[in-house]
Design a protein around this ligand. Sequence first.
Ligand code: GDP
Ligand code: IMO
Ligand code: MG
Length: 428
Amino acid sequence: MPAIALIGAQWGDEGKGKATDLLGRRVDYVVKFNGGNNAGHTVVIGDEKYALHLLPSGILTPGVTPVIGNGVVIDPAVLFQELDGLAERGVDTSRLVVSANAHLIPSYNRTFDKVTERFLGKRKIGTTGRGIGPTYADKMSRVGIRVQDLFDEKILRQKVEGALEQKNQLFVKVYNRRAATVDEVTDELLASAERMRPLVADTSLVLGQALERGEVVLLEGGQATLLDVDHGTYPFVTSSNATAGGACTGAGIPPTAISRVIAIAKAYITRVGEGPFPTELFDADGERLRQVGHEFGTTTGRPRRCGWFDLPITRYAQRINGVTDFVLTKLDVLTGWERVPVCVAYEVDGERHDELPMTQTEFHHAVPVYEFLPGWREDVSGARTLADLPRGARAYVDYLQERAGAPISAIGVGPEREQTIVVNDLLS
Ligand code: GDP
Ligand code: IMO
Ligand code: MG
């Protein structure tokens, strides 16, 4: 089995971390290919609960080589903090490999992230404030600073100088902030050079060689399909490609190496930050989903917006990513509803849309068309096979599967590793 991509099918926080951890024991490499410490993955192992942001979730599995790919943006201070935090808890992090081509998040980009949001006012994106967007913008504008620049002080200084020439104009003239000096930024970045050096490699080569040896590479996406900068609800997206295509560019492996695409979909939907969300609930049902599902952000602690499952979005995710398997998570959270609505289409300005409408304006106007499925009252958290599920829960899963475009190969019934129904082997 060559490479497997694992991505989010909705707006993030679907339970990608748990799914990665579940597969972890049977893979050789886990690669984070996009995003940075805007991600928040909670992994529960026995009594231990880990919150990962920048590191791939595979770091928790002994024997796995975790990789931070070229498509990631790295805040070095956060990287070391996370590594130290895990080391204190006895996790062996010594195998971590970091791409020399990954970009660094200088402190001025964290500042930019926050001040641009403030200036956007009502039109803000609701970012995580970690400097993600400005750092990807710098990458595309070719004024970014890469990990490898840490090892050539002269070049680093030149690049910082070049970047600040533009940035300081904005800082001072538009945002009324203090200009950053070349010295302070260079020193801040250089402070991480020594600790970074032994971690750094040509990760595309490392992964290419692993694939040639027949080892299993799991490509773990941060964020999700509808937060993808090309295919998501732009501009209310993150600034990277979180879809399966991004796994190739962000890890430096070819599309032909990917044999399976696993999409994680929650049994309902959540979203953090601004942007359209047709099935969003503003009533007691939404509050109930939030409370029962503990839907508060792992990264920023913000309450997540909650809504019902959306089939057009699921089919869209299937098509964009070439999903071969869905993992349906948090089915347990839906226990106890008399009936469970599922969005099967949208009505947009009086017209029915079975697929996502072409324009963002239409998507903002989309009103969900619901079908109502009978609920179930029985606790499902102990279910380990499909046969253990009560009739209503089983019917819900079957209903979604028939319409999602790919089989539901695993079902989450609780946060712990074991609280999973495996229907099809995801690594066969
Ligand atoms: P990620 O960003 O996609 O990795 O997801 P998050 O970790 O941000 O959010 C998912 C949350 O749901 C975490 O707190 C998980 O521990 C939890 N979780 C994952 N799968 C399940 C499940 O099947 N049932 C329940 N109740 N919780 C789950
Ligand atoms: P995981 O990997 C949910 C959202 C932010 C904001 C938008 C842009 O845990 O699923 P950014 O800081 O990336 O520029 O913010 O994207 N966002 C996420 N929402 N889960 C995430 O990651 C997210 N990462 C970014 O809330 O709306
Ligand atoms: Mg998350």
